[in-house]
Design a protein around this ligand. Structure first.
Ligand code: IDP
Ligand code: MG
Length: 131
């Protein structure tokens, strides 16, 4: 059993997509093991996105993630990291599979609704930040 970290970003919460998103993970067959609604602090945002420090979109990304409450979750199951990434879709909603969350509900790479850890090690690191 693998665990992954998933976070519904502020735009996903503001657009009332929490139930829709959770339902998709449940129907995929993943198991919800932890869930928390919170406001991300600057320290948490920097730690979460430290691989992107220095990139042109970094400051906007931090402001975006702090712009309202998020829903942080741990999902577990067989190959949970990859399963979650496939439900979520590509980073840029324009390139995401139309059936994925980003493909169906987003248009803009800088407002892409949801985060999913990209590896089991990232998931462990991110879970420690939020739980
Ligand atoms: P991921 O969320 O699919 O793992 P990453 O490359 O890790 O994608 O980027 C983290 C987040 O940074 C993205 O989800 C998106 O919110 C934002 N982001 C990534 N690339 C860009 C960009 O080129 N312009 C604006 N925002 C970006
Ligand atoms: Mg990433």
């Amino acid at each position: 059993m693998e665990q992954t970290f998933v976070m519904i970003k502020p735009d996903g919460v503001q657009r009332n997509l929490v139930g829709e998103i959770i339902s998709r993970f449940e129907r995929k067959g993943l198991r919800l093991s932890a869930l928390k609604m919170l406001n991300v602090t600057k320290e948490m945002a920097y730690e979460h996105y430290k691989e992107h420090v220095g990139k042109p979109f970094f400051d906007d990304l931090v402001a975006y993630i702090m712009s309202g409450p998020v829903v942080a979750m741990v999902w577990e199951g067989f190959d949970a990291v990859q399963a979650a990434r496939s439900i979520i879709g590509a980073t840029d909603p324009k390139k995401a599979d139309p059936g994925s969350i980003r493909g169906m509900f987003a248009t803009d790479i800088s407002r892409n609704i949801i985060h999913g850890a990209d590896s089991p090690d990232s998931a462990k690191r991110e879970i420690k930040i939020y739980f």
